[in-house]
Ligand binder design. Structure first.
Ligand code: ADP
Length: 301
């Protein structure tokens, strides 16, 4: 399958441009939409899920015109919003059967098979008779996946699912996504670079409503080969380095020193040591380039 977004733009009533001419084609597999808070990720996902309208642009899932046929789209869509809301006092097994009925799976035997397989895939089978309201955050997120699997979706959209999960729950959740990502398009948004590194076959970086980069994680890292330089400096030197070099990240080493990573396609071997690029570098380089472009545009305007 292929999801094709064509020149999507959206400005909210308060003047915020949350989508700025977004065009991209996404194929089967796990697609990570990476960006800081306020980047426009949720707006993009809700637009694809036909829960809100873009001002301009089109979207197709293979031949299906999504905005013209929202009902057709929803039949094959699984969507997990950022917060799934309040859970009734029901166990997972009963709740999935109830939701399955709502989704039109009226045959009890067929529903049984689907519910059991959703519970197994999300590792909730053993706790299926416990109330969902009492589940941990990670279990609730996995339940969210179980419910969206009921109608065997072809396009799965999951909005910031790992936010707030502890490391063990996050791993369990990513494993579940990994299982379901092979035969479908799974789009999931996150501001955690490691989520994308561990999971995604394809990704885009977004900020200010714009797609800044669309590459596989491997390609994004490879594009920075020979361009990342590192050095330990004193804390008070940071400002100087920032004015002279394109510092992309800095981390404390101890009370007085910092390790800075710098982007430069020209050799900085006289001052810095060469570093292996990583996905975090790719993320920060894309964000910093965008910031610089914005400030140049602001100056011109
Ligand atoms: P993300 O999911 O990446 O955090 P969002 O799509 O939620 O980003 O938001 C993008 C921008 O649009 C932000 O500046 C946000 O404050 C703004 N925004 C989101 N929803 C609305 C809304 N309903 N009305 C006005 N502004 C909104």
């Amino acid at each position: 399958m292929e999801l094709k977004l064509d020149h999507l733009s959206k400005t909210y009533a308060n003047g915020v441009k949350a989508l700025d001419d977004v065009s991209i084609t996404i194929s089967n597999g796990m697609f990570g939409l990476l960006g800081p808070n306020g980047a426009g990720k949720s707006t993009l996902m809700r637009t694809i899920a036909t829960l809100q309208e873009a001002d301009t642009g089109e979207a197709y899932l293979d031949q299906l015109n999504i905005f013209e046929s929202p009902i057709e789209l929803r039949k094959i869509l699984g969507y997990l919003p950022q917060s799934f809301g309040v859970y009734p006092k029901m166990n997972a097994y009963d709740l999935l059967h109830y939701l399955g009925e709502l989704k039109g799976i009226s045959n009890k035997k067929e529903r049984d098979t689907i519910v059991a397989s959703a519970l197994e895939l999300t590792n909730l089978y053993d706790v299926r008779f416990k109330e969902v309201a009492g589940y941990s955050g990670g279990m609730k997120q996995r339940f969210g996946i179980a419910q969206l699997l009921l109608n065997k979706p072809k396009l799965i959209i999951v909005d910031e699912p790992t936010a707030g999960l502890d490391p063990a729950e996050r791993q369990r959740f990513l494993n579940v996504l990994r299982e379901i990502g092979t035969d479908n398009i799974v789009i999931f948004s996150t501001h955690i670079v490691d989520d994308v590194k561990e999971l995604c076959t394809d990704m885009a970086i977004m900020n200010g409503g714009k797609l800044l980069l669309h590459k596989t994680p491997k390609q994004a890292v490879k594009a920075l080969d020979g361009c990342i330089w590192g050095k330990t400096i004193q804390r008070e030197e940071l400002e100087n380095y920032e004015s002279e070099y394109r510092v992309i990240s800095s981390g404390f080493k101890d009370d007085h020193s910092l390790f800075v990573r710098v982007f430069s396609s020209d050799s900085l071997a006289h001052t810095f040591e060469p570093k292996q690029p990583n996905l975090e570098d790719a993320y920060f380089v894309a964000l910093k380039e965008h910031q610089t472009e914005e400030s140049i545009t602001d100056e011109v305007a």
